[in-house]
Design a protein around this ligand. Sequence first.
Ligand code: G4P
Length: 275
Amino acid sequence: MNIQWYPGHMAKATRLIKEDLKNVDVIIKLLDARAVIRSENKDFNKIINQKKSIKVFNKTDLADDNKTAEWIKYFKDNNEDVFFVDALNKKGLNDVVNYLNDIKVNFRANREVRAMVVGIPNVGKSMFINAITRKSNARTGNKPGVTLSKQWIKVKGEFYLLDTPGVLPPKFDNIEDGVCLASIGSVKETILDREELALKLIEFLIDKYPNDLINRYKLDSVDKLPLEVYEDIGRKRGFLLKGGEIDYLRTAVTVLDEFKNGNIGKISFDGVNDL
Ligand code: G4P
């Protein structure tokens, strides 16, 4: 599988975000609860230096509840302040807002805490910002003392959020990471071959979530080669070309879409054991 990675993207993203970083006290690193490890761009940590940051794992509605529980315990044991939220159904958001209101940012006394959201594509940055600012349209661009070009939104209490998130390129060095990031929609599927991507995803599901796969596609068994399971799925859905050959692309698109929408099940790629 041919995976392309553009170093120039990181350089550009870094330039754009660095300007905003000067003006914020706290960085909200938004990540995907299904890919606790892989939805983080670790190169970004070198850029933020000593700046305070918190991790917010979104899309818990799509993630494996058992794995999420393990992660929550892991972070608690390590005294890390992290949050697991579901921006779509507005769950867990108040905890983040309250935490940001409570922290004392001593180096900038006498004014509000300012935060910005940063993350790789499709983790829900825009939805998260909209969800936590929905009650307040109080844009503060014209307020004396707030002369920044971007808009700050007052969230609650003494906490302001930059209305535009920082977008980081996803980082991956191997096929497994690429498959994970493409499956959660953070890497454009077109960067990988969709049929190959679907095959890899099916292979992962056979290994880790066989029952979800069997139930979704009404399969008799997954105790066979991934390609055979792929073909079974196509056949079960009636995705056949003239002459009865499987429509591989249609099958791939369907599996990838249904995975992304959570139709196959609540599935996570990264567990504590993968650390
Ligand atoms: P981004 O700014 O980080 O790129 O993400 P954005 O908010 O645009 O959200 C990306 C997709 O993820 C959107 O789906 C959005 O509805 C969905 N999303 C965000 N937060 C959650 C969540 O907590 N749970 C679930 N289930 N979905 C969430 P979309 O508009 O359908 O986009 P697409 O998938 O068609 O690209």
